[in-house]
Structure formats: structure tokens, C-alpha cells
Design a protein around this ligand. Structure first.
Ligand SMILES: *Cc1c(COP(=O)(O)O)cnc(C)c1O
Length: 533
């Protein structure tokens, strides 16, 4: 130990670094690699998936029923007449199956609690799961949109906004949402080469990388969260947004990697800033909102300025499903900006969208997102696949129908117990913070050294230990992959561990190995101290 040269790894790009860490961690065959670098959860919601497959079988039978004189294997479109009573029959005969019981309850919930037409809902689900029509409307299926709106309003802490107050675009996950939004903002002249864009850091790396791409060439202004304030943004940082040269503010809330939600004070400051900057575009990625206690999105506070991105990937353990939505208030400043563009820009955009309608100037920004997602010309095949929309609806209903919030409590306690196990073995108290979400944790090198062996040792570590090399040593010697916080714009040396994708004892092992490195470093420090005397 100690004589391997890890310094060659210091200059790698974030992706190379990750690949090299994994390679090193896998290099010894007699142990298991523990990759705590991945955000992919290792838990998943099963009941709404059971419901999906049961509904699929019922719907396929419906299809065959409509063409019963045809050869085996050929079905037709499901028939609305009598659909509800055949479905009731199906529920009655399969009451021993949890997915079927859930489906039966879902229909009554949609009728009695949400006040929607149960026949239309069932038909939309049956046709949707068969995937036998292009998605129409392309932005989102009608009743599905209504249900997901309810889910978004509740989970994002939006109060006093009627469902008619917002529009949704169903997309292939949060990352597709980002790509679509960046592109449409550019195509619609909301952001242009050289514009200044504020980014709340630390942040999921793509938000730092996309604006720098040749397509965008934006100038980044960082709004830095402060580790000494439990990773909230200091007011002075937020006030930078009052500078009118800043066009937009992008943030992830709750953040990744510090994994804290914006505090109530932070929300209030931003509301005040928006009063002074009514033109400021906000893009908030609230993927982790469903893991927070009493979450309130910026969309709830500044609805007209804010583009909301939500993904089903993390909370439902559904990264492979590719499910997300973009939400916009229908009184949003993007539509207002479209109306005030120069004559030349308006003319250019009217030409861009002229194939869609005779009055392209009236197309709302959210519908432009849909059209742009297929390069406008292929707009007729835009939209999220209908079976995906069905699974999204079943996920959302599952969460809304769970009046005791048992699923939510379960996933929250899973990540929090893992957090506790890691810090227990490390020998440091778990950071206590009501805004903390604990989907990730950042182990701070300096603070940990200070807590374990005092100030002088912490100073020595900061001067003499390269944090990237430390992560490579951990990977090489223990098989544990942690990512450097620096890849996410964290300024202080730190290691990010995802609390979502390993089991509790493995987090204890990670805490253990970090603790051993601290002890060894301390011995080394004592030796050099002696040598100097
Ligand atoms: C994981 C994650 C996403 C999810 O992206 P999907 O494409 O929906 O899987 C989005 N934003 C952030 C900040 C994330 O960490």
C-alpha cells in the first residue's frame, strides 16, 4: 500500500475518471465492486408495474375479441361498447392478483376522487397500452395529462393553481426534457450565443456542459451553494440574478449532489428577485422533489417564470422506462417574450412553424417544444409512446391513492438508513438538516479530517493529500467507487456517494474504508511531524 502512483489520474475528464475508477475497482477478482457513483436506484415500485402487465393482458384480449372471426394472432382496435362491464368482470375474476385489485381501485379513484370520466379513462388506458395509435394529442394524452397534472401540483407543493392553469408535455425522461428545452429556447431566440446564464452549483454535470457546447456558447455565471450553510445559496449569490444581463437561471432542486431542497428563505428571496426581474427565465429540475419532506418547487413560488422538469426515474425506480414531464404555467413569460420579439425574428419563426397551422405566431412555447422535438417537419409523429404514458399514469395514481404514503415513507427511510450506516462506520455524526433529502451524500474531506483528528491534521490533509488520488486509492484497495464532488462543481474536496443504489451493509463498508484511510493518513501525518522535530 502507498507505493502505487495515482497521480496520472488527476488530469482525466469526468467520464474518463469514472471509467478508470470502475476499472480499478473491478481489477481484483476476489471481491465485489461497490459502485456508489451511480444515481440509479436499486429499489422499484412493483404494484403499478403489476397493474401495467395485467392491464396489458386484458387489453390484448379486448383487441382479439373485436376481430374474433379472424385468424389467431390478428386483433383489432378495442371497442368502447361494453368495455367497462367486461373490465369489471375481469377485475371480479382476478381478485387474487394485487395488480388487478389496484386497477379496480384506480378506476374508482379516477371517478370519485379526481372527478374524471371513468369510461373515457379506461378506453384511453386500453388503447394506450396496446400502442395502436400515434400519440394524440402529441403533447400528452388527454386524461393522462389531467391525472399527471394533479400529481405534479400535489408533489411539487403548488397551492391555489387550478389544473387548467398549467400544461404538460410528456417526455422520455428528465434528460430528454433538458435537451428539448435548451434547443427550443435557442430556436425561439430566448437565449443566443454569448448570453449570460446563471447555474446553481453544485449541479448534475450536463447542466454545466450543455451551455458551453458550440450550439449554445453561453457564458456561465455560477450561483454557488455554501457548504457552511448546509448547502443553501447565500443571499449574496442569489442576488447576482438581479443583474439584467442574466437571461436565465438553471437549478436542480433538491440539489444533486448535496441533496438538499431550497430552504423557505431561499424560495422567498427568489420570489423577491423575480418581482424585480419579471423577465428572468427559471428552469428547475425537481427530479428529487418526491424524496423531500414538505417539498415546495420554485414552480409553486414563481409559476410564470419557471419551466418545471420532473422525472419518474428515481422515485419509482424506473430509469429504463424513460418517463418525465415538462410543466409550464399557461400564463408564462416565454409566451409573452414570443409576442415581443423583433419583426425579423417573428417572421423567421413564423416560417419555421408554418407547416403546423395557418397562424404560427399563436403557437405556445410548450407546443413549440413538441414540434422542435421532431425538427418541426416530423411533428405528426411527436410525443411519448402511449404505453409509456400508461405506466406513468399508473405510477402517479399509485402514489396519490396511497393515503398513508407508505411507499414514500419506505423509499425515504431506505436512503436515510443507508446514510446513517455510512456515517456510523466513518465515526462522524450524520449531518442533521431538515432540508436534507439524503439521496446522495457528500463526504467532505476537510470536515471529516477535522472531526476525526483535529484542526492541525485537517490542514495537513488539505495541503498534502490529492482528493482525486484518494478516490483512486479507495477504488483500488477496496473496490468502492465514489465520484469526486469536483465533477459536479463542488469546490471543496469531497466524495459523492449515491445512497440509492447499494445495500445498507455496503454503505457501512464504504464508511469503514474511508475511516481506515483517515487512520492511515493520520499515522503518516504523525510520522512527518516527528521527522520535522
Ligand atoms: C437522475 C437525474 C435526472 C433523471 O433523468 P432521466 O432522464 O429522467 O432518467 C434528471 N436530472 C437530474 C439532476 C438527475 O440527477
Amino acid at each position: 500500500m502507498g507505493n502505487v502512483d495515482y497521480s496520472k489520474y488527476s488530469k482525466l475528464s469526468p467520464f474518463e475518471l469514472k471509467d478508470n475508477l470502475i476499472e480499478l475497482a473491478q481489477s481484483k477478482t476476489d471481491r465485489m465492486m461497490l459502485n456508489a457513483g451511480r444515481g440509479n436506484p436499486n429499489f422499484l415500485a412493483t404494484i403499478p408495474r403489476r397493474a401495467f402487465f395485467q392491464l396489458g393482458l386484458f387489453s390484448t384480449t379486448e383487441s382479439e375479441f373485436s376481430f374474433s372471426y379472424m385468424p389467431e394472432g390478428l386483433g383489432g382496435f378495442p371497442r368502447p361498447v361494453g368495455l367497462q362491464s367486461r373490465f369489471d368482470n375481469f377485475i371480479m375474476h382476478n381478485r387474487d392478483k394485487p395488480g388487478v385489485v389496484f386497477l379496480g381501485k384506480a378506476i374508482s379513484y379516477v371517478r370519485d376522487q379526481l372527478g374524471l370520466d371513468p369510461d373515457a379513462f379506461l378506453l384511453e388506458m386500453v388503447e394506450g397500452i396496446l400502442g395502436c395509435n400515434y400519440p394524440v394529442p402529441d403533447r400528452m394524452l388527454r386524461i393522462s395529462e389531467s391525472i399527471i397534472k394533479e400529481y405534479i401540483l400535489r408533489e411539487m407543493g403548488v397551492q391555489g393553481m387550478p389544473k387548467e392553469g398549467l400544461d404538460l408535455f410528456a417526455v422520455e425522461g428528465g434528460t430528454a426534457a433538458m435537451a428539448y428545452i435548451f434547443n427550443s429556447l435557442k430556436e425561439n431566440k430566448m437565449i443566443a450565443h454569448g448570453d449570460r446564464i446563471a447555474i446553481g452549483t453544485p449541479i448534475f454535470t450536463p447542466y454545466l456542459e450543455i451551455p458551453k457546447l458550440n450550439d449554445y456558447q453561453l457564458e456561465e455565471v455560477l450561483i454557488e451553494a455554501d457548504p457552511k450553510l448546509d448547502w443553501q445559496y447565500p443571499e449574496s449569490e442569489l442576488r447576482k440574478l438581479e443583474d439584467p444581463s442574466i437571461k436565465a437561471f438553471f437549478l436542480v432542486n433538491p440539489s444533486n449532489p448535496p441533496s438538499v431542497k431550497l430552504s423557505d428563505e431561499g424560495l422567498a428571496i427568489l420570489a423577491d428577485i423575480v418581482k424585480k426581474r419579471p423577465d428572468l427565465i427559471i428552469l428547475t429540475d425537481d427530479v428529487y422533489g418526491t424524496f423531500a419532506d414538505n417539498f415546495k418547487s420554485l414552480f409553486a413560488v414563481c409559476p410564470d417564470n419557471t419551466i418545471l422538469v420532473y422525472s419518474f426515474s428515481k422515485y419509482f425506480g424506473a430509469t429504463g422506462w424513460r418517463l418525465g414531464v415538462i410543466a409550464l404555467s399557461n400564463n408564462n413569460i416565454l409566451d409573452q417574450k414570443l409576442a415581443t420579439l423583433s419583426k425579423k425574428d417573428k417572421k423567421e419563426l413564423e416560417e419555421r412553424y408554418s407547416s403546423l397551422t395557418t397562424d404560427p405566431a399563436k403557437i405556445k412555447f410548450i407546443d413549440r417544444l413538441v414540434a422542435d422535438s421532431r425538427n418541426v417537419a416530423l411533428n405528426h409523429t411527436a410525443g411519448l409512446s402511449t404505453p409509456q404514458q400508461v405506466q406513468m399514469v399508473l405510477f402517479a395514481l399509485f402514489n396519490m391513492m396511497d393515503s398513508q404514503q407508505n411507499y414514500k415513507k419506505a423509499v425515504k427511510s431506505v436512503v436515510r438508513e443507508r446514510d446513517a450506516a455510512l456515517y456510523r462506520q466513518l465515526g462522524v455524526a450524520v449531518p442533521e438538516d431538515p432540508n436534507s433529502v439524503d439521496y446522495y451524500t457528500l463526504v467532505n474531506l476537510e470536515n471529516t479530517s477535522r472531526t476525526l483528528y483535529g484542526d492541525e491534521f485537517a490542514d495537513w490533509v488539505m495541503k498534502n493529500k490529492n482528493p482525486t488520488e484518494l478516490l483512486f486509492r479507495v477504488a483500488d484497495e477496496t473496490g468502492v467507487v465514489l465520484l469526486p464532488g469536483s465533477g459536479f462543481g463542488v469546490l471543496h474536496p469531497s466524495a459523492r456517494a449515491s445512497l440509492a443504489n447499494l445495500n445498507e451493509y455496503q454503505y457501512a463498508a464504504i464508511g469503514d474504508s474511508l475511516r481506515r484511510f483517515a487512520e492511515e493518513s493520520y499515522q503518516e501525518y504523525l510520522k512527518t511531524k516527528k521527522g520535522k522535530k
